[in-house]
Design a binder for this molecule. Structure first.
Ligand SMILES: [Zn+2]
Ligand SMILES: [Zn+2]
Ligand SMILES: [Zn+2]
Length: 315
C-alpha cells in the first residue's frame, strides 16, 4: 500500500473505497453535460471535497486498481474544456456555408428529384407527376452537401469543433485527446479489500487503548480451573467488560453465542458485562440467545462502524 495514500486517507478508508468498487463491479465514469466526466458513487465512502480522480490514480499506482480504456473524448486545445459544438465545413473551400440537399423518391411512381424540387409553397408535390404527396409517400435515397460559397457538391462534409468558451475552432487532430477509463480491482486490491480478523482486533485494541489506561487481558481463569481465552477483558469504571469478536464470512450463529457464554459463565463475577461483536451479521437465533443470556451484542460491517461501537461501549 502506497504510503502517501495511506497517510492521507487512512487504511480503513482505502479498504472502504476498494470494497465499494469491488461490490459495484468496477467504477465507470458518467459523462457530464457541457463536457468532461466524473466518477460517481464513491462520495458515499469519502469525506466531502475529496479529490476522487487523485485517489483513483493513487490506487492505480499502488497496484490496487487497474484502469481500463473504455473510450476517449475531446477538449479544446486552448482552454482544455470540453464545451464545444460541431460545425460543418465545405470539403472544397472550408466555408461553413454548406447545406444538405437530399435526393427524394416518390415511392409508388418511382420518380426521383432533389428535395428542393419536391416542395412547392410549403406543400409536398412530386416534381415529375405533379401529384400532392404525404410524407410517407416519399423516401430519402441519397444526400450531398452543397457549398454556397464555391458551389461544390460533395457526397460528404467535413466537420470541426467550435469551443463555446473561447471560440477556438479545432478538429480531431488538433484537439486535446482525453482517454476515458473505468477502474477495477486488481487481485492485490481484492486482497486489501477483504478485512481480516486481526485487522478488526487491531482496530478495537486501538480504540480501547485510546480510551482506557488500564491493561487489556486476553484470558481469564474459570471457577472450573480452566483458563479461557477472550479477545478483550478490560475495566470500565466498576464494570469489567468481557468481549469477543465473532468473525464470520456471513453470520454469527447461535453456536457462536453458546461457545462464548459457556466460557463467560465459568469466569464471571459480579459487575461483569459480557459483550459480543459480530462481523458482519448475526442470525436471528443467535440474537435471541444473546438476549436470553443478557449478552450485549452489536453487528458491525465496517471498521469505522466498529470503532464507533467500541467508543459507545466505552463511554
Ligand atoms: Zn476553448
Ligand atoms: Zn466551398
Ligand atoms: Zn411522381
Amino acid at each position: 500500500m502506497e504510503d502517501i495514500l495511506t497517510s492521507k486517507y487512512g487504511r480503513d478508508r482505502i479498504k472502504l473505497i476498494l470494497d465499494w468498487i469491488g461490490k459495484n463491479g468496477g467504477l465507470e465514469p458518467v459523462m457530464l453535460p457541457g463536457g468532461g466526466h466524473k466518477y460517481l458513487g464513491l462520495e458515499e465512502v469519502l469525506p466531502e471535497g475529496s479529490d476522487v480522480k487523485e485517489i483513483l490514480e493513487g490506487l492505480e499506482k499502488a497496484g490496487l486498481l487497474k484502469k481500463i480504456l473504455i473510450g476517449s473524448s475531446l477538449a479544446c486545445p486552448k482552454c482544455h474544456k470540453s464545451d464545444f459544438v460541431p460545425v460543418l465545413v465545405c470539403q472544397n473551400c472550408g466555408s461553413r456555408k454548406v447545406y444538405r440537399e437530399r435526393l427524394l423518391e416518390h415511392v409508388s411512381g418511382g420518380h426521383i428529384g432533389p428535395e428542393s424540387m419536391f416542395y412547392k409553397e410549403g406543400r409536398l408535390v412530386c416534381p415529375v407527376c405533379k401529384k400532392e404527396l404525404n410524407e410517407d409517400e416519399v423516401r430519402v435515397i441519397g444526400a450531398w452537401f452543397v457549398c454556397k460559397d464555391c458551389g461544390a457538391k460533395r457526397p460528404n462534409v467535413d466537420y470541426r469543433f467550435e469551443c463555446l468558451n473561447d471560440g477556438e475552432v479545432f478538429d480531431v487532430f488538433t484537439a486535446d485527446f482525453l482517454p476515458i477509463y473505468k477502474y477495477e480491482l486488481t487481485p492485490k486490491g481484492e486482497m486489501e479489500r477483504s478485512v481480516t480478523r486481526s485487522d478488526l482486533i487491531e482496530a478495537i485494541a486501538s480504540e480501547i487503548k485510546a480510551f482506557n489506561k488500564g491493561s487489556i487481558l486476553k484470558e481469564l481463569q474459570g471457577k472450573s480451573g480452566l483458563t479461557h481465552p477472550f479477545d478483550f477483558v478490560f475495566n470500565k469504571g466498576k464494570e469489567r467488560i468481557i468481549m469477543d469478536l465473532i468473525y464470520s464470512g456471513d453470520m454469527a450463529s447461535d453456536n457462536d453465542v453458546l461457545a462464548f457464554f459457556s466460557k463467560y459463565f465459568d469466569v464471571k463475577n459480579k459487575g461483569d458485562v459480557p459483550v459480543l461483536l459480530a462481523w458482519p451479521k448475526m442470525s436471528d437465533k443467535a440474537k435471541s440467545l444473546a438476549n436470553y443470556y443478557k449478552i450485549k451484542f452489536r453487528e458491525v460491517s465496517s471498521i469505522p462502524e466498529l470503532k464507533r461501537v467500541v467508543r459507545e461501549l466505552l463511554s
